[in-house]
Ligand binder design. Sequence first.
Ligand code: SAH
Ligand code: AVI
Length: 320
Amino acid sequence: MTRRLQARESAADPRMLAEVAEGLALPQKELSPKYFYDQRGSELFEEITRLEEYYPTRTERRMLEAWMPALIRRLGTRTLVELGAGSAEKTRVILDAMRAAGTAELYVPIDVSASFLGQTAACLRREYPRLLVEPAIADISEELNLPRRLPRPALYAFLGSTIGNFYPPAAIRLLSRVHAAMGSGDRFLMGVDLRKDVARIEAAYNDPRGVTAEFNRNMLLVLNDELGADFEPLAFDHRAFYESEAHRIEMHLVAREPQDVTIPGIGIVRFGAGESLRTEISCKHDRESVAQLFEAAGLELEEWRTDEESLFGLVVGARA
Ligand code: SAH
Ligand code: AVI
């Protein structure tokens, strides 16, 4: 039996159904990028991080390698809480620094992608046998779902520039939740992709092998699996472009021809020829824009670093 048939027989998540109905009824159809990340979507994102064009991951990793040993020693971090952890590939740099400092006690990876999170936790338990790993499944746009009182000081980390996938008001709400969870000695570490030459940014979202296009179309497969929809992913083109006024990449799926898609519980959704579904924004930042987000969330920007080409930024915040 296919996963799609199973989904049709079991009830779809009513929250997802309501959100999808709302997003597809907008004049500019739009869905949350959190719907990219089923098992396949998470794997495709990992493939993106290894692409030559996709500079953020390797740049952030190098910066973490250069900075974390000293930062973690100074902070004495006992708990690492990570939002949108994914495969926690770069996180190992922080965990290694905690282990080297002799302070590593607890790691709480938070992610919406349940099966991928389970794999990440299992790998980390094998690699760090003395570390407690307590994963939390949560939609961080709604809640953090922290499991219990944490050994302090804690470091809250939000890497990969995933903050850029949230519209500024939602980003401020998210950072406010982090602020509310933090104790006075805790710190917040965030990675942001920086504003730069537009061609360089656009190339990162339009790789010639089409991995990003497949990642983008995967959202339609998720809707088919989870809601029993009948999207034809190959009937949609991948489109990613920089929107200079808002300083963000926008990813869309563009219908090649007019088409009707049926989603049980929602009905028929019409796409005109050339009509698009916005699947992701990826906001690019500078020090000033991060300081504004932090201030609005009650966080104080303590430290700001960039790589030597100013491609990527790492910022540390504390409770103001
Ligand atoms: N932190 C990793 C992964 C980034 S990919 C890195 O830096 O490479 C973005 C991750 O955030 C994915 O694992 C995805 O499942 C998760 N994610 C996206 N939206 C989310 C949401 N609303 N709530 C929780 N996790 C989310
Ligand atoms: C997870 N997030 C920060 C990535 C980004 O660059 O906005 C997702 C991504 N979308 C296309 N490529 C990568």
